[in-house]
Design a binder for this molecule. Sequence first.
Ligand code: CAO
Length: 412
Amino acid sequence: MKALEGVKILDMTHVQSGPTCTQLLAWFGADVIKVERPGVGDVTRQQLRDIPDVDSLYFTMLNANKRSITLNTKTEKGKAIFTKLIESCDVMVENFAPGALDRMGFSWQRIQEINPRMIYASIKGFGPGAYEECKVYENVAQCTGGSASTTGFDDGPPIVTGAQIGDSGTGLHAALGIVTALFHREKTGRGQRVECAMQDGVLNLCRVKLRDQQRLAHGPLKEYPQYPNGTFSDEVPRAGHASGGGQPGHVLQCAPGGPNDYIYVIIQPPGWAPLMQIIGREDLMDDPEWSTPEARLPKLESCFHLIEGWTVTKTKFEAMEILNAHNVPCGPVLSMKELAEEQSLRATGTVVEVDHPKRGKYLTVGNPIKLSDSPSDVRRSPLLGEHTEEILKEVVGFSDEEVAEARDEGAV
Ligand code: CAO
């Protein structure tokens, strides 16, 4: 049995943040019913298409294991069907612009009247406050949540990261909120509201930078590249490649010098001696000018420069093997091509090949969370409205005639 088997999710999500959340729940076995506008569907079906008239990879990689029903929730019949779906489902998830569900006539109050056991999760760009009415996309959240101001180099502009911490990060937060509310409902019998703001989600992931903001009041951030020669203002600066943790680290170039021929190396205190041995600088192993973390702090750049003199003579995989044999924490910079081809990720189901009736085979990222008793299988994303009839009959309880009627009226 899958962990969330029997849980029905009314999925009103679109684009990335909401679909990430419901895809996770679907992988764990929930029956996710994705509601889409007739003829249109989730906007991402058509965005960044690589094959004409075929659902984009953007859509297919965010909507696995779901069923799709088309439903115009702005028609009377559509509203009646939607009300039935609210009655039958355990969880409803939406990430429309603020107020969209209210405008449809389905406020939180109304949803509770229809189904007091309902868990109603919303993802918005901001929580209550000056910006609560704003629409938000990924990079806006990265900028407003503290990621952009702390990413990049001291002498350059703020940088947004490729990791979708605003969208997928908030989707993850929302999924945790939903399963927590389900657990609570087991004890109380009551549903509740789950609200996740993308700004909050990003800030949560940037927690260490708010830590550093407060440390600044007590002196310079000694592990940052600005120390000891640069200057610090009263705001956390961009730290380049410096590690966010307590151990210094840096990206170092490897052979043959391609754009992703780099390895990230961390100098743990016990790692210094083996590192110096590996690079042939045994003279620095016990030299008090270099051998302690305190002695190295003002000259971290020189430390990494020394090590890079060795890494440039090895490929990132050779360096990884040698450094790991000496217990030095490190990791190669892997390109998406390398990750797609990585056999160990295929073996664990983290990278999965899926077959789609219109696009053929494509790769997706499977469930990164592994449960021993509830393994995930990845099923292709649904075609637009593929399950409309089945859901109308099975979940809403419609007869063939009622299904035909709903179609004739343009509600589905
Ligand atoms: N039947 C009828 N109408 C439907 C419908 C359905 N099945 N599904 C959606 N709609 C309507 C909504 O009711 C809304 O109509 P109104 O504006 O008249 O109320 C409309 O479709 C579109 O909603 P939207 O405003 O959310 O869409 P948008 O493309 O303008 O904005 C986005 C997109 C993402 C900026 C906005 O939804 C948003 O800010 N969401 C919250 C934050 C978020 O999740 N952002 C992440 C996006 S991924 O980067």
